[in-house]
Design a protein around this ligand. Structure first.
Ligand SMILES: [Zn+2]
Length: 420
């Protein structure tokens, strides 16, 4: 049996490039791929995402373990290097080191949570912005999170050395080893990662050499999940980047609200209250405008009305153009006028050319077949389009001014439509 030789990403996690040889190359639904005799690129696993990098300049977009072999997925369109050809593999080190900081931080967090507080880790996820672990505990408050964070910080400051060894699987049972279980496909020796006297865990990931390199770990929050709690956190450079983002955002808020940090929330709430009061006042004024406009239109005279009207006569036409009225205000005005003058048909246009609107309304008792004929005639006269039913018709017109420029001819057209 050949001696077990782990890949370079495990032997030398700080190594950023390696000269190696192509073992196989191919193409599948994920794109072109290459398998190498050795690699510095970590394949996704154990909660840690895959590395990025390049193979002889070809970008690596994903790294996965396929049937026990590390497969490098290349960018679309990349040409296969020849089998047995020498190639140079380069690692995106900034991304990897960030992952090493998060991953090592997770080991410390999991160990402290379990040994100091009795909260066992059941899951780990390393995300692009934040990471999280799930712990088997019903409820955690901010005070408990603060205590956990302080205990983790103490262990990071202790600058524990981080190392790894391999043991036979058969020897694993007798050891005090933390493990969330080995992958189903696992074969061969088991890798143990130790952190000073703090922790020994089965792990196939990449880690910094000393807990001091984790810099810091900040618990952002906790939420209930699957009967336990999910803790969200950042470690390493992410703590500083996140703090810088928060500072920039807070500075922008200080400028926008004209308040000091400790007065920002009060300043924002006060603005919200002023805004709500202004909106209430605007609603009152809008209702007042609608009422006054409707009263003015309702007082208009219809020159075409006869002294002794018959039931077949067209209704009173009340026509107005309110250039500044919104669509909602036009409808409200039209409804208010029909309440004041239930025998009338109200036509109100709003806006100015070429973006006019028109609302035609009547009391619910008006014959809707005739109303539809009137609305169709008006839309035609105004070059507009629209529709409606039950006494309320709405549409658009490029020339709202035409409604009031020739009232007599308009009234005549409407009368014809009504009597048709
Ligand atoms: Zn690990």
């Amino acid at each position: 049996m050949a001696a077990h030789v782990p890949a370079a990403y495990l032997r030398e996690p700080y190594r950023t490039a390696i000269e190696t040889t192509v073992a196989a190359c191919g193409d599948d639904v994920h794109g072109p791929w290459v398998e190498l005799v050795d690699t510095v690129l970590y394949p996704e696993g154990g909660g840690q995402p895959s590395d990025r990098g390049s193979v002889d300049g070809r970008l690596v977009t994903d790294v996965q373990r396929v049937a026990g072999v590390v497969r490098h997925v290349l960018e679309a369109g990349a040409a296969c290097p020849a089998t047995n050809a020498p190639v140079r593999v380069e690692l995106d080190w900034a991304r990897r080191f960030d992952h090493m900081q998060q991953h090592t931080g997770q080991h410390v967090l999991t160990a402290v949570a379990a040994d100091r507080f009795g909260w066992q880790t059941t899951a780990f996820h390393l995300g692009p912005e934040t990471s999280d672990i799930e712990v088997a505990v019903r409820e955690l408050g901010r005070d408990e999170l603060d205590a956990l964070e302080a205990a983790v910080a103490s262990e990071l400051r202790a600058a524990h050395a981080v190392g790894s060894t391999y043991v036979d699987r058969a020897d694993l049972g007798g050891r005090a080893v933390r493990s969330r279980g080995l992958p189903e496909a696992h074969s061969g020796p088991v890798r143990l990662v130790s952190i000073g006297t703090l922790d020994v865990a089965t792990c196939g990931g990449t880690h910094v050499a000393n807990t001091a390199e984790v810099e810091a770990l900040s618990l952002l929050g906790a939420e209930r999940l699957r009967g336990g709690m999910r803790l969200t956190w950042v470690a390493g450079g992410r703590v500083r980047r996140r703090l810088a983002e928060h500072e920039a955002r807070t500075a922008a808020l200080r400028r926008a609200l004209g308040a000091a940090d400790d007065a920002l929330l009060d300043a924002m709430r006060a603005r919200g209250e002023r805004l709500a009061a202004a909106e209430r006042r605007a609603d009152e004024l809008e209702a007042e405008i609608v009422r006054l406009t409707a009263e003015r239109i309702a007082l208009m005279r219809d020159d075409g009305a006869r002294a002794e009207p018959s039931p077949d006569d067209p209704p009173t036409m009340l026509i107005a153009h309110e250039a500044s009225a919104s669509a909602a205000r036009l409808t409200a005005i039209a409804r208010a006028v029909t309440a004041l003058r239930p025998e009338s048909v109200v036509v109100v246009a709003g806006g100015t050319a070429p973006d006019g609107r028109v609302v035609i309304a009547s009391a619910a008792t008006t014959d809707d077949r005739r109303m539809r004929a009137v609305a169709d005639t008006l839309f035609a006269v105004l070059d507009g389009r629209g529709g409606g039913r039950n006494g309320l018709y709405q549409g658009s017109t490029p020339s709202p001014e035409r409604l009031t420029s020739a009232p007599a001819s308009l009234a005549a057209a409407v009368r014809v439509a009504w009597l048709r």
